[in-house]
Design a protein around this ligand. Structure first.
Ligand SMILES: NC(=O)c1ccc[n+]([C@@H]2O[C@H](COP(=O)([O-])OP(=O)(O)OC[C@H]3O[C@@H](n4cnc5c(N)ncnc54)[C@H](O)[C@@H]3O)[C@@H](O)[C@H]2O)c1
Length: 721
């Protein structure tokens, strides 16, 4: 019909004859912007490979070119299909994977030379497929890699077998255990691709290479044969070094990289068939781990939230001119990320010295990023030029958006917001970065309360992805849309939350912190608690976290948020945070809190005798209570899970994905747990209720909610898979 001779035509790929004696297999998924390897694509690839093999057997084909008609080659497997697959038993999953792998093996065993022309991205299964071709040419604009470890798994389409045979063990170990994407120069140097060419020349160059292979100028048989045989004896040093590096990173509870390493080490002595069988089985085992389940869910949640936030921002006003009032720690960071996103920012403070210092600090921060190669000098200069330091509200009549980040005092904030409202235009959206006041309380000072929202950033602003967008009772849809659009534009991940004490993240954290304080009061050593929580996967235990955030800040936040939920978070008469704060032990900023920091670095913390001596005053039963790690973890995690369920059921956030992402991004919640609700799913609601019932005597924070009991009774989950 279109003049081409189709050897196979499907909905994800087609094969046409080119130049008489060659064929081109082009991936071109119907109705989508990218190619991926889902069940349909694999079925079609199987059929296309069989069709090509049949024609090749008649001696009617001399070579096969593999291309993509999309801007990307293949982005990888279809992660949306993982949920159902990962629920299979290890045996059933290994069998299913073996079936898919047979497609790549059949492709590799075609009796003709094959060349993959890689454009855009070839990631995960996309690169693994390209590795089954005899040769690879890559566009100078493309990127390749096997990012599976980021999902708690490793390449399962023969990647652990082919990559070491193509590029050597050292490269394969780095690529598989690191999960990075590589630019063309590195991919070429690593030997993963054979040629790199300018993007427009890609197809021609790949075809030329194919012709040379077909003409016998390149020994493509040997290249394919090498992938079928054992690697044999090889140096062990790369394995040892990579293993040591993995252990140093303390990738607790995420065993995929180490498993892949062991697999490749064993696989070196095996032929392709046996090495693939080992890979299928190991993959199925790792896919059944909690880490894989959580990390895959997190990936999908991120995609879902990105889409949702785009919709939420549909009616957003584009922010070109912004203002940040309060040039402290937070204000400086907010000005910086805004300016980097192209927003012109007026940065102001009641204290002129603060504005000057903030502007200098901002310039230094940008310069550091340039030095580290993370930012182009022109962008840094443009960002600096976009910030206007000032001590008044000059030019406020032209702003679209203002962020208030002044001291945490209700009277000051009200006064500042009212002044900004007076000086800004009628439709400017005002956002408060308050961490403890209600947006409704702040809105009382305004003529146009509908224009006010909360915009709760996390410290340090440039590094922390999360922003809570707080919808007050009177916040308009338009103001929320603009705040979400603004957060999207400055590269943050906004989560829309209700105007409740602590909003979402700090509200859910508070029962955890209170549980910690309760344990300290019972006489459990804080360093033992930190060790248990860090072994469980938290980057910092609760005591070390408070030292970092500031004990005084933590004490105030805990009191303030607890007061909002007095029925289950009554005042703590013996509060370690309050005690240390009153004694001037404010954490790292004052030289010490729970710990001392002899070298100034977090890694060198040491439990402080002075802190222990102070704490004795609030430990009526002494300081020698012991609990095993599991019991400590239970005591802290249960109230957190229960509060998260409450927040979801009260509608503080729209859905479970958003809640869990907020905890992962805002708190450093252990990634392998996937968030409080994903963790609850892993345990099962019935188990959570059972554990809560066993600890209910500790107080209302441990009592399972009706919503949780209902889920336990009905066997429902927070996530579909
Ligand atoms: N630091 C954090 O970890 C963190 C995290 C989230 C939210 N917050 C919130 O961000 C806000 C700012 O916190 P920060 O840590 O940057 O404090 P900060 O003390 O570093 O800065 C506050 C700034 O506000 C200025 N200021 C005071 N009164 C003012 C007025 N009337 N007009 C203009 N400026 C005025 C001060 O001069 C100071 O420069 C607070 O509401 C805080 O609760 C802080």
């Amino acid at each position: 019909m279109d003049g081409r001779t189709w050897l196979y035509r499907g909905r994800t790929l087609g094969v046409v004859r080119i130049d008489g004696e060659f064929a081109e297999l082009a991936f071109d998924r119907e109705g989508e912007s990218v190619n991926k390897l889902d069940t349909l694509a694999m079925d079609e690839l199987r059929a296309a490979t069989a069709a090509i093999a049949a024609i090749a057997a008649q001696g009617a084909l001399r070579g096969l070119l593999v291309t993509s008609a999309k801007p990307v080659f293949i982005v990888g497997a279809d992660i949306g299909e993982f949920g159902a697959m990962f629920r299979l038993s290890v045996d059933a999953m290994a069998a299913q994977i073996a079936d898919s792998n047979a497609v790549f093996t059949a492709f590799e065993d075609l009796a003709l030379p094959t060349v993959a022309a890689i454009n855009g991205y070839a990631l995960g299964g996309g690169l693994e497929f390209a590795l089954s071709a005899a040769l690879r040419v890559m566009s100078d604009e493309a990127q390749v890699g096997v990012p599976e470890v980021k999902l708690g798994i490793f390449p399962g389409f023969g990647g652990t077998v082919r990559l070491p045979r193509v590029a050597g063990a050292a490269v394969a170990l780095e690529w598989v255990t690191g999960g990075r994407s590589y630019k063309p120069a590195l991919a070429l140097a690593a030997g993963v691709v054979d040629e790199v060419v300018a993007a427009p020349a890609l197809r021609d160059a790949a075809l030329a290479l194919l012709r040379r292979a077909a003409a016998g100028e390149i020994d493509w048989h040997a290249r394919q044969q090498r992938k079928r045989e054992p690697i044999g004896v090889e140096p062990q040093a790369p394995y040892e070094t990579t293993l040591a590096a993995l252990e140093a990173k303390r990738h607790l509870h995420q065993g995929a990289a180490a498993t892949a390493l062991a697999l490749m080490r064993r696989g070196a002595a095996l032929n392709r068939a046996d090495a693939l069988v080992a890979e299928h089985r190991a993959f199925a085992e790792v896919a059944r781990t909690q880490a894989a389940s959580s990390l895959v869910q997190t990936f999908m949640s991120e995609q879902q939230l990105r889409k949702l936030n785009k919709q939420r921002a549909a009616a957003a006003r584009t922010v070109r001119h912004g203002a940040v009032v309060g040039a402290g720690v937070m204000g400086t960071g907010i000005a910086q990320v805004s300016a980097l996103a192209g927003v012109a920012v007026r940065l102001t403070d009641v204290d002129g010295g603060r504005v000057d210092r903030a502007f200098t600090a901002l310039g230094e921060q940008l310069a550091r990023q340039v030095q580290r190669g993370r930012l182009k000098p022109e962008r840094a200069a443009a960002a600096r030029a976009a910030v206007t330091p000032q001590i008044d509200h000059a030019g406020f009549d032209a702003i679209d958006f203002a962020v208030e980040a002044v001291v945490e005092r209700l009277d000051v904030k009200r006064e500042v917001l009212a002044a900004v409202e007076r000086d800004a235009g009628g439709d400017a959206v005002l956002a408060s970065n308050t961490s403890s006041f209600r947006i409704d309380d702040l809105a009382q000072a305004l003529q146009r309360p509908q224009n006010l929202v909360g915009l709760h950033f996390f410290n340090p602003v440039p590094a922390m992805a999360l922003v809570e967008v707080v919808r007050g009772r009177r916040s308009s849809d338009a103001a929320v849309a603009t705040a979400v659009g603004y957060a999207n534009a400055i590269g943050k991940t906004p989560v829309v939350v209700a105007d409740v004490p602590g909003f979402l993240v700090n509200r859910v954290l508070t029962p955890y912190m209170r549980a910690f304080l309760q344990l300290v009061e019972e006489g459990v050593d804080y360093a033992a608690i930190d060790r248990a929580m860090e072994a469980f996967g938290w980057p910092l235990g609760p005591a070390a976290l408070q030292d970092l955030a500031g004990i005084d800040v933590g004490a105030a936040a805990c009191d303030e948020i607890s007061a909002g939920y007095a029925e289950r978070m009554p005042p703590l008469p013996r509060n370690a945070l309050r005690l240390l704060a009153d004694a001037g032990r404010l954490g790292r900023k004052s030289g010490g809190g729970f710990y001392r920091y002899p070298g100034g670095a977090q890694a060198q913390r040491e439990p402080a005798d002075e802190a222990r001596a102070l704490l004795a005053a609030i430990q009526p039963a002494g300081a020698h209570a012991t609990l095993d790690d599991a019991a400590i973890v239970e005591r802290l995690m249960l109230p957190l899970i229960i509060e998260a369920v409450r927040a979801l059921d009260e509608g503080v956030v729209a859905n479970a994905c958003e809640l869990d992402l907020a905890l992962l991004l805002g708190l450093g919640f252990p990634a392998y747990l996937g968030g409080a609700l994903k963790y609850a799913d892993w345990l099962g609601a019935a188990e959570v209720v059972c554990r809560a019932d066993a600890l209910a005597h500790l107080g209302p924070a441990y009592r399972a909610t009706d919503g949780l009991r209902e889920r336990a009774r009905a066997g429902t989950r927070f996530y579909a898979s």
